[in-house]
Design a protein around this ligand. Structure first.
Ligand code: NAP
Length: 244
């Protein structure tokens, strides 16, 4: 079996996911660039290869069972049925504003389907491959706006994000999901953690963020490369633990 570490990053065609793929590629890993759009996926793969990374495109829509099953097959073919790291990065805001009393319910459904159910769908399809890794890791890209402690302690939108009944609660839900996985997987060696990249300039926020995608990727790369005695079921940003 090939000793090169193998990772899959969802939503890796742009933004923070692209930089996570670039960062893991720079470590000499083989990285699956998960992306739903063929054109965007191939241009990301080409760019990453031009920078010297060992990457391969993985057609992947996290909201689609068949797409995720095919992605698992494709990843399995690369390294004898093994996956070392899964980064669940793909996410949507659903668009703003999202005031609770005025929201379109379809927005809430779409955001939860992508940011939460999509993560569960992809994770469950990849867990059999992760179980074959010596040091398996899962990183769920959450957000500080999912912290109920921060939401209740502050009204500053720089801390809490805008009032948003779909996006922020989807990340709170994702954090809770992360904890439950950590409990079930406690004795498997699979370490699973939630990450906040900070406020990063990407399409997601009309490039209003103040950090670069590369800076946003750093916490995910850190959690993807945790030692075997590293934490599981935690919620982290660059500065350390985020209060739930
Ligand atoms: P982005 O540039 O908009 O990238 C989002 C990625 O997710 C894109 O590759 C997008 O693909 C993909 N995606 C969306 N829905 C998908 C689906 N159904 N299946 C597969 N891929 C899908 O945003 P980003 O800022 O890099 O966000 C990455 C993650 O960081 C998200 O989970 C986000 O919530 C989180 N985050 C971001 C910030 C920030 O300040 N930017 C802060 C906290 C957390 P397409 O190109 O096909 O749309």
């Amino acid at each position: 079996m090939n000793d090169t570490r193998i990772a899959l990053v969802t939503g890796a065609n742009k933004g923070i996911g692209y930089e996570i793929a670039a960062g893991l590629g720079a470590l000499g890993w083989s990285v699956g660039v998960g992306a739903r759009d063929a054109g965007r996926r191939e241009s990301a793969v080409e760019k990453l290869r031009a920078a010297g990374a060992d990457v391969f495109g993985v057609p992947l829509d996290v909201t689609d069972d068949a797409s995720v099953a095919e992605a698992a097959e494709l990843v399995a073919e690369r390294a004898g049925g093994r996956l070392d790291v899964l980064v669940n990065n793909a996410g949507v805001t659903g668009g703003m504003p999202q005031e609770p009393t005025k929201v379109d319910l379809e927005t809430v459904r779409t955001v939860v389907e992508t940011n939460v159910i999509g993560v569960i769908r992809v994770t469950n399809m990849m867990v059999p491959l992760l179980r074959r890794s010596a040091s398996p890791r899962i990183v769920n890209m959450s957000s500080g706006v999912g912290s109920l402690a921060r939401q209740s302690a502050s009204d500053d939108p720089n801390v809490t994000g805008p009032v948003a009944v779909a996006y922020s609660p989807s990340k709170t839900f994702l954090n809770a999901v992360t904890v439950q996985y950590a409990k079930e997987l406690r004795d498997t060696g699979i370490l699973i953690n939630a990450a906040c990249p900070g406020y990063v300039a990407t399409d997601l926020n009309g490039f209003r963020g103040v950090r670069t995608p590369e800076q946003g990727a750093a916490i995910a790369i850190h959690l993807a490369t945790l030692p075997d005695d590293g934490p599981s079921g935690g919620y982290f940003e660059d500065a350390g633990v985020i209060p739930w």
